[in-house]
Design a protein around this ligand. Sequence first.
Ligand SMILES: [Zn+2]
Length: 264
Amino acid sequence: MVFNTISIILIGLIIGSFLNVLIYRLPLNISLFNPKRSHCPKCKEIIPWYYNIPLFSYLCLKGKCHNCSGHISLSYPIVEIFTSLITYILYIQLGLSYELYFLLCITYILITLSFIDFEYKAVPTSLLLILMLITISYLSWYNISTLSIFFIFIGGIVTIDFFVTFYIQNIKAVVLKQDALKEQRAIGEGDIPIIGMIGGILGFEFGVVAIFLSAILAIIPSLINKVLKKEIETPFIPFLSLGFIITYTNKNNIQDILEGLNLA
Ligand SMILES: [Zn+2]
């Protein structure tokens, strides 16, 4: 058991390290295979393997490049720790099963999308497509009963987007005399497939809970922006991902709360 725990955590760290490569390279259109070895984004020096060990190298080098002492972003160890943690939690909950492999694929894609969204406020369409294909194939094979909810959630969110975007572009923009609003959409393009995935995997009730939870979590940074009087656009994908993961891993607790509130 101890051996299992340690190996799962180490595997999680290694996968997290690979996700860091995706997060760095995909938006810049750098091939995943060329260059094979990672290099420092500042001095371009190739990182020797002994300085490229997930988490440990970051701690040993105290977040600095071995060559130019340039600052290495804290997001690298955060991605590794988070990936490792979620891999371990899902393994404990699901054991070695198809559901585990499927959920790990989904969460790894969500982590990659979230960190890219934080940095660029846009995400690669290819990753969204992979997320949708994996979800549809899994549901068709193992959970056909909720496949329709996948499409219902996508349809629902596109409909909401249509109305709210119309309001923002044609009413709010005119009343506030802000031309910038005429280009704004209510829901990001990347959010739509993720919302469909949430409904398909969690089912209707838990799906609604997850999206509601995401919206509440997303209010926190918006409030901080208001207090600090900063105009930072809040990406929604990280909060959708968090809402999904929290709901998926706490279904029993949420069920209890819903029953307590007489909602289920
Ligand atoms: Zn460097």
